[in-house]
Every structure is written in structure tokens, then in C-alpha cells.
Design a protein around this ligand. Structure first.
Ligand SMILES: Nc1nc2c(ncn2[C@@H]2O[C@H](COP(=O)(O)OP(=O)(O)OP(=O)(O)O)[C@@H](O)[C@H]2O)c(=O)[nH]1
Ligand SMILES: *[C@@H]1O[C@H](CO)[C@@H](O)[C@H](O)[C@H]1NC(C)=O
Ligand SMILES: *[C@@H]1O[C@H](CO)[C@@H](O)[C@H](O)[C@H]1NC(C)=O
Ligand SMILES: [Mg+2]
Length: 468
């Protein structure tokens, strides 16, 4: 019922908009130029010439931390908040900063608060090209792109990876000042401790009821049964680390919020990951989908045996409630997520994660971090602590795009909420998903979010005035 109501509202907008304008394809869409500059080539040659990677001269610019923690890109002369303290920064420089970041209101506490946010990226060395594309896109799209970056890896980062990603973050800023970027942005590269990354190495300590030989047999079978990444040990380690590991890394100690970034994702509208957060928000997402059933056969029953179970008393339980007390498989798509680190470090969050971890499902099955995060949200947060970001975002194979013309215009979006080629066709009984925005597709859980979460305002009332 609500779905059809929502759908018809979208169509109102759609039809109304069509009458007045061809469509809002933004002709100012930036094309992201290829980055094969002289600088790049010089660097690459330099890199190739150095077979002994660790002696690469670029390492001289990096401040080495404890061997398990990694490196901080520290242009010591310039970086103003080495240890997250701006106390010694001269008032001239501070005034420069305030001039470029007016929302700080000339207040040093606001500056410190701004710098409590970080972009967090778990990544492998060979994903370098994809992350550089994404960073280029990020520095174009984020309104005040001076947030810190934390890269984590279970293997040591290549010096070339470090130099190149730093270069893209600091020197390729379109929306903002390169000088300020170099003064404000701390970029760190951390190694993940093997004990937390791959617990099966100490399987008896981790979970005596697990048997590695049998697990490997199971994974082979799951691969045959088309369980997505069913045959992969490293993917399982990744899912577990995203669920209960990353926020324990020392390089994240200084931060209060992270935005997760993945190689290859695109941001197609202007936005600001942290300035848009509401005061209470502990978790923010943009896409919500149905999880594949065969990755989580026992997850929900296991969750329902959680000794402190809140579930039905939880404000958000309807978002995940299926028929017969089961799980409807709705989950936040975690490849874009903004997280309050205080929240994931809380006893409540970790009790639930540790309980699920001990049940072995990360390895016996192929539990993803997305359904786990979602259960934790439902179990431990209230509606007003979760925020939907109406932004343009792409992670293969899905993308989101604000459904309202007004929002797209405001955010200078370069995405289509509907496929303009199919503007004449409307969804019908035979093809209910025809040309329907992602949020209203069958496999999307945004409609559940709008209904049982924070609700949804449709902006079509303002359309009359938009095109005059
Ligand atoms: N260091 C490291 N990072 C990993 C590993 N596996 C995945 N990642 C990272 O973890 C994040 C999620 O992994 P993806 O491979 O993107 O998983 P996914 O998004 O479910 O699947 P895709 O459709 O392949 O994108 C990405 O940022 C990866 O770069 C790994 O074994 N080591
Ligand atoms: C700031 O200045 C004080 C006094 O000059 C000094 O003791 C302190 O170490 C400085 N702090 C940093 C982070 O440089
Ligand atoms: C582990 O599983 C394998 C294969 O199922 C089995 O042969 C072996 O006896 C098991 N080992 C233990 C210690 O239970
Ligand atoms: Mg991914």
C-alpha cells in the first residue's frame, strides 16, 4: 500500500518535471581527466628503478610508526595538527583557515571537531588505480575536502601506493586549496595485526569447535552452491574485520566518525559526509538492499538467541521484521557508511558482535558485515540515531541518485534518477520495476526505511516554482 503511494508520488514528480523540461541532465558534469601527467610518469620510472621497495626515497617523507601501525604521511613543516592539536598554530594561519572554512565560525573548537572525522579505507595494493579514481571524484564532490584519511591493509602498503594516494588527496584538490590540504590533512597507512585479521591461524584459541579441514570442505561446497564469495577465506576475514575489527586499529584512535570508502565507487552529487550529519546520528547510509539468503542461513536465529535481545522492543525492529518472526533480509549497504566510533566501541555493540563471532558464522557460513551492522543498528540504536543520505553514489552494480529534481539541482548531481531513454514508459503490472528509481525497486529496502525508519518527504509540491 505505502509502496504504491510512494510510487505514485514519484510519478507525480516525474510527470510534472517532464512537462517543463527535457530532463535535468547536468551539462556541467565534470569529466575526470586521465591522470597520466609528467609527474606520474617520472614517479613511475623512479618506482620501477627501485627493486628494493623499502628503500624507496619516498619513504623519507614518511614518519614511521610502530611496525604494526604503519606510516603517517607527514610533511612535518606544514602539517598543522600532527597530534590533533591546533594549540600552537599562529593566529595568521588560523585566520587563513577560517577564511576558507567559514562554517567554523572562527572557533578553534569547531576546527578540532572538524578534524575528528576521517575517511577510512580498507584496501589491497593492487586496487591502487581504482582508489585513485575514487579519490579524484571525492576531492571534486566533497564540499570541504580537508578530512584525514586512514588506509588499512593486512599486508604492508607499497611505497608507491602511499605516494600516489597521498598525491591525489593533497595535490589534486579541485574543490579547495592545495595549500590548505597540505596543512590540514593527515593521511595514515596502517598494517592490520594478523591475529585480528585471520583468527583461523590460531583456531583453537579462536574457537575450539571449528575444524579448518572441515571448514575448507564447506567453503568448496558453498562455492559450488553459488554462495557469493563462498570459497574465499580472505573475504570472510574482511567481513569480520569490517564488523568488529577496524575501529580497534590504533590509527583510528583520534577520531570520532569515519566514512567508509571503497576502491571504484563514485560520488555523483556534491555532499559533505560529516557536516551533513545530524547531532544525534550514530550511523548513516545511502543504499539499503536485500541480503542473499544463502550467505546467512542461521544468522537471524542465532541473533534471536542473543541473551540481551532487544529486537521486538527495539524502535527499528520493523525495518528487519520478516514473516513468521523471520528476517526480511533488509540491510544497509555498508560500502558507504558513516559511523560514530563511540558507538561501535560501546559495550553494547561489542557484546553483540562478540556473541555472533563466537557462534562461528563468519567462517561456517559467509556472514557479511552489512547484515551484522544492520542487526547491531536495530539492537542498539534508535530511529533518530540513524540517518539516510540522499546522495548520488555508485558501487557496482547499484547506484543511488536523489529522486527529487530539487535535491539533484541543489547537490549539482550528475546522475539520472530515471533513465531518460525510457521516460515514456512507466512501470506496469507486467514490468513493475520498469524504469523505477533504485529506492523503489523490489530488492531495495529504502521503502522499508521510509516506512519504519525516519520517514520520507516528497518534494513535488515545490515543483511549480522550480522552472519559472
Ligand atoms: N587489505 C585487504 N582489503 C580487502 C581484502 N578483501 C577486501 N578488501 C577491501 O574491503 C572492502 C570490501 O571488499 P570488496 O572486494 O569491495 O567487497 P564487496 O564490495 O562486497 O564486493 P565487490 O563487488 O567485489 O566490490 C574493499 O575496500 C576492499 O578493498 C583483503 O583481503 N585485504
Ligand atoms: C606547543 O607549544 C608549547 C610551548 O611552546 C610546547 O611546550 C608544546 O610542546 C607545543 N606543542 C606541540 C604539539 O608542538
Ligand atoms: C576435522 O575434520 C576432518 C574432515 O571432516 C576430519 O577428518 C578430522 O578428524 C577432524 N579433526 C578433528 C580434530 O576433529
Ligand atoms: Mg566493494
Amino acid at each position: 500500500m505505502l509502496i504504491w503511494l510512494a510510487l505514485s508520488c514519484f510519478l507525480c514528480v516525474f510527470i510534472e518535471a517532464r512537462k517543463l523540461t527535457p530532463f535535468d541532465l547536468d551539462t556541467s558534469c565534470e569529466t575526470f581527466t586521465n591522470h597520466n601527467t609528467d609527474y606520474e610518469q617520472t614517479l613511475y620510472k623512479l618506482w620501477e628503478a627501485h627493486s628494493e621497495r623499502i628503500n624507496h626515497p619516498l619513504m623519507l617523507n614518511l614518519q614511521k610508526l610502530d611496525k604494526f601501525y604503519g606510516y603517517v604521511h607527514a610533511d612535518e613543516e606544514n602539517l598543522l595538527h600532527k597530534y590533533n592539536s591546533f594549540d600552537n598554530v599562529s593566529s595568521t594561519i588560523l585566520n587563513d583557515i577560517y577564511a576558507e572554512l567559514p562554517f567554523l565560525n572562527n572557533n578553534i573548537d569547531n576546527l578540532k571537531k572538524y578534524k575528528e572525522n576521517a575517511i577510512y579505507i580498507l584496501i589491497r595494493n593492487y586496487e591502487l588505480d581504482d582508489i585513485c579514481e575514487t579519490i579524484l571524484n571525492y576531492v571534486n564532490r566533497v564540499v570541504y575536502p580537508y578530512y584525514d584519511f586512514v588506509f588499512l591493509n593486512d599486508k604492508a602498503f607499497d611505497p608507491y601506493f602511499i605516494e600516489k594516494t597521498s598525491h591525489y588527496i593533497l595535490n589534486r584538490i579541485n574543490k579547495g586549496s592545495e595549500r590548505l590540504a597540505k596543512q590540514l590533512i593527515r593521511i595514515s597507512y596502517g598494517l592490520i595485526n594478523n591475529d585480528i585479521w585471520d583468527p583461523l591461524q590460531n583456531i583453537d584459541e579462536y574457537n575450539p569447535s571449528l575444524n579448518l579441514t572441515r571448514l575448507k570442505e564447506n567453503w568448496e561446497q558453498q562455492e559450488k552452491d553459488n554462495v557469493l564469495y563462498g570459497g574465499s577465506r580472505s573475504y570472510r576475514n574482511m567481513c569480520r574485520y569490517q564488523s568488529l575489527g577496524f575501529y580497534k586499529h590504533p590509527l583510528l584512535n583520534d577520531y570520532k566518525y569515519t566514512m567508509r570508502m571503497e576502491p571504484g565507487v563514485k560520488y555523483t552529487c556534491d555532499f559533505d559526509p560529516f557536516l551533513e550529519l545530524r547531532e544525534n546520528t550514530k550511523y548513516a547510509f545511502t543504499i539499503a538492499l536485500l541480503e542473499y539468503e544463502n550467505t546467512i542461513p542461521t544468522l537471524f536465529d542465532t541473533y534471536k538467541e542473543y541473551p540481551f535481545l532487544k529486537y521486538k522492543q527495539a524502535e527499528l525492529f520493523k525495518f528487519i521484521q520478516g514473516s513468521d518472526d523471520g528476517y526480511n533480509r533488509c540491510h544497509f549497504w555498508t560500502n558507504f557508511e558513516i559511523i560514530s566510533l563511540d558507538w561501535v566501541r560501546s559495550v553494547e555493540y561489542n557484546n553483540l558482535m562478540d556473541y555472533l563471532d563466537q557462534k562461528g558464522g563468519f567462517y561456517l557460513e559467509r556472514w557479511g558485515d552489512a547484515p551484522l551492522r544492520t542487526l547491531a543498528v536495530v539492537e542498539t540504536l534508535n530511529v533518530n540515531e540513524v540517518q539516510w543520505y540522499d546522495i548520488g553514489y555508485f558501487h557496482n552494480p547499484f547506484s543511488s541518485c536523489p529522486g527529487s529534481y530539487e535535491v539533484r539541482k541543489l547537490r549539482k548531481c550528475c546522475c539520472d534518477a530515471w533513465d531518460p531513454e525510457n521516460m515514456d514508459k512507466i512501470p506496469n503490472e507486467d514490468a513493475p520495476n520498469y524504469n523505477v528509481p533504485l529506492g523503489l525497486q523490489d530488492f531495495s529496502c529504502l521503502k522499508e526505511w521510509w516506512k519504519f525508519g525516519e520517514g520520507k518527504h516528497f518534494l513535488f509540491k515545490d515543483y511549480d516554482n522550480l522552472f519559472t
